[in-house]
Design a protein around this ligand. Structure first.
Ligand SMILES: [Zn+2]
Length: 219
């Protein structure tokens, strides 16, 4: 149901049409009870804290995979992509197709990803530097690792691995404005939003310090 708006955008190439369809769906509650993944958007702070606590208690390699899922908010194929993709050391506005990372003094690393598949967009993510380095040091990171992590998140926190992305968005929304959280989730639509994500480093600094506050609150 939540893709109907996108579908009409695709059919008509008219963003207003997409908005109208989404408004109709929301106005008449047509999506109520259909999209179970939405449910963690409307929960209280204790729910989120408890889920995060259970997730972070998972130890070992699988715990590491869970943390990467939770802290990056990336989709599964994006997590595998950032593990395997070669790093580029040129940070001067390089436009090659490798990954570019910026290490911040506050212990966070911004990973510029720029990976787009149809309407799935991924501009960048931000991870604690230590976590990023540990993740990159794993020699092999196959899809099956995420499947195992999924079984554990279900068992320990009653969450599917794909729901870590929703949880991440929920947590980000608590300290960022909607535009920033949407860019982080790859939902930025306009050219200006893309520009803002990739070039406005002051804004990125704001996002980073916001994230630092959030994660220290939960860790
Ligand atoms: Zn490059």
């Amino acid at each position: 149901m939540r893709h109907f708006g996108n579908y009409y955008y695709y059919k008509t190439n008219n963003p207003e049409c997409k908005e109208l369809i989404e408004k109709i769906i929301n106005r008449y509650g047509l999506n109520i009870g259909l999209d179970m993944h939405q449910r963690i958007y409307i929960v209280d702070d204790n729910f989120v804290s408890n889920k995060v606590k259970h997730l972070l208690a998972i130890q070992g390699d699988i715990g590491q995979t869970v943390k990467v899922g939770l802290f990056t908010g990336l989709r599964e194929d994006e997590i595998i992509y950032i593990h395997n993709k070669e790093l580029c050391s040129n940070l001067g506005g390089c436009s090659c197709n490798k990954l570019h990372t910026v290490t911040k003094p506050n212990g966070l690393t911004v990973i510029v990803i720029n990976w787009f598949r149809g309407h799935k967009k991924c501009y960048f993510t931000i991870l604690p530097t230590i976590m990023w380095e540990q993740f990159r040091n794993i020699p092999n990171f196959p899809h099956v690792d995420i499947d195992i992590a999924h079984k554990l998140t279900k068992k320990k926190a009653n969450l599917m691995f794909v729901e870590l992305r929703k949880l991440h968005y929920n947590i980000m929304r608590r300290s960022m404005d909607m535009n920033e959280a949407d860019i982080l989730a790859g939902r930025a639509k306009s050219v200006s939003a893309k520009h803002y994500a990739m070039y406005e480093l002051d804004k990125l600094r704001g996002i980073c310090s916001g994230m630092e506050k959030i994660w220290t609150k939960y860790l």
